[in-house]
Design a binder for this molecule. Structure first.
Ligand code: UDX
Length: 433
């Protein structure tokens, strides 16, 4: 099939390359000429394991092309909308300007029988409004809403072999087209859920709200553990054995960040308010508040460990990205903690395997050191805030030889407290004895 993907950011670039792998001919469209030039040359503009190979294969095969001109989408029969829906700063609601622009751009190129497929995360009710606009255009094209659940760091696998595929449709012809698009994935047994627009939109919003809730739940337990001497990691292991609860997404630490969970729960709250149902998701404000408190907790612990002030103390901050295997620092708790410590006058030296470049754009005032040993050298305190494999594997003896004083805050609860304490470290986890 001939497919267009409008928006070649994180979601769109991965989706475009994956569509080629599923056997289609793809044109990726984006308004940013620099991004399109890179993608067309087979260069991935961000860090994502497995994507560079997929992109190069696609471009070299001639079945993956890129353009800044949306009229180049003409001739494709399926048009994916994969643009961003950022948070509006005042209200927290989703900014739909890029979605609207994509629809505006597509309408003139649509032909009868074409299918427009929304992948962006949008407030419930958006798809129905877009369907009405497409209908009014008289093109005879249809709309489907087909949310994306990919995780950064696993985006390629999540796109090629997702846990489930959800179609929101109001016409069974759309289901037929999507079955063709995803034939290769469906053959391997991926569950497919066909529903209406509103449910499809809500599946995505509800999934992210649930995941955020799970994380903030265990972080709330960490707060209780901190004042009772209990250990939140053992608690998570124990409750996680209950299959109804499950151990995944129960890792207490400095909380969630990234381009999705924080903005999606805020947009959900804003949408519920518009719908007159603010109280139904009032708990999400608490989920957000618990999440943000964990960052403060790390800063408070740093102050405490350093005898009441971090001023002019050298602090090695390990990790800047919102999670490992990503270069994404959007709403990153790690980068936030680094900036807050710097704001309190600490001599912060921050390191990260992939996140330095993006962090520098947001916080040029921080000192960045790509070499881990150099970042650790002479530190009065080590703060681990993103659980990259190389930080999890750090040998406490070796770190002890590099630092000025053996103090460590394990903001992700991934180090072995006994091993660090046994070589003289003052170790603090979050919600851990
Ligand atoms: C998330 C959803 O998982 C994905 O389905 C959706 O499509 C987009 O949003 P992503 O943002 O890539 O994906 O990250 P995810 O792996 O979900 O992690 C989100 C944040 O939660 C990270 O900051 C991570 O460190 C944190 N987290 C995760 C915890 O603090 N504890 C956990 O137990 C799990």
């Amino acid at each position: 099939m001939k497919v267009s993907v409008i928006g070649c950011g994180y979601l769109g670039a991965v989706h475009a390359a994956a569509m080629v792998k599923l056997g289609h001919e793809v044109i990726g469209i984006d308004v940013d000429p620099a991004k399109i030039a890179k993608l067309a040359a087979g260069i991935t503009p961000f860090f994502e394991p497995g994507l560079p190979e997929l992109l190069v294969d696609g471009v070299e095969s001639g079945r993956l092309r890129f353009s800044t001109d949306i009229t180049d989408a003409a001739g494709a029969t399926v048009h994916f909308i994969a643009v961003g829906t950022p948070q509006q700063h005042d209200s927290g609601s989703a900014d739909l300007r890029f979605v609207d622009a994509a629809v505006d751009g597509l309408i003139p190129v649509l032909a009868a029988g074409d299918l427009v497929v929304g992948k962006s995360t949008v407030p419930v009710g958006t798809a129905a409004a877009i369907a009405a606009r497409i209908d009014e255009s008289g093109s005879g094209a249809l709309l489907a809403w087909n949310p994306e659940f990919l995780r950064e760091g696993f985006a390629v696998a999540d796109t090629l072999t997702p846990d489930r595929i959800v179609y929101g449709v109001d016409d069974e012809r759309a289901t037929g087209v999507l079955d063709e698009v995803y034939a290769a994935a469906l053959e391997s047994g991926t569950p497919r859920i066909v529903t209406d627009f509103a449910t499809a939109e809500l599946v995505k919003t509800a999934a992210n709200a649930f995941l955020a809730t799970k994380i903030s739940f265990i972080n709330a337990m960490a707060e209780i553990a901190e004042v009772t001497g209990a250990d939140v990691t053992t608690l998570a292991d124990a409750i996680g054995h209950d299959a109804r609860i499950g151990r995944k997404f129960l890792n207490a630490g400095i909380g969630f960040g990234g381009g999705c969970l924080p903005k999606d729960i805020r947009a959900f709250s804003a949408r519920a308010e518009e719908l007159g149902r603010a109280e139904s998701v009032a708990f999400l404000r608490e989920i957000d508040a618990i999440n943000l408190r964990r960052r403060e907790r790390v800063v408070d612990l740093a102050v405490e460990l350093l005898g009441g002030s971090v001023f002019e103390k050298r602090i090695a901050v390990l990790g800047l990205t919102f999670k490992p295997d990503s270069d994404d620092v959007r709403d990153s708790p790690a980068l936030d903690v680094a900036a807050r410590l710097h704001g309190l006058g600490a001599d912060v030296v921050a390191t990260d395997p992939q996140g330095i470049e993006n962090s520098r754009l947001r916080h040029p005032q921080l000192a960045y050191e790509p070499d881990l040993d150099e970042a650790l050298r002479g530190a009065d305190l080590v703060v681990l805030v993103t659980e990259w494999a190389e930080y999890r594997a750090l040998a406490p003896e070796r770190v002890g030889q590099l630092v000025a004083s053996p103090r460590v805050i394990d903001g992700r609860n991934v180090l072995d407290p006994d091993a660090w304490k046994s070589v003289g470290f003052d170790y603090r986890g979050l919600g851990r004895r």
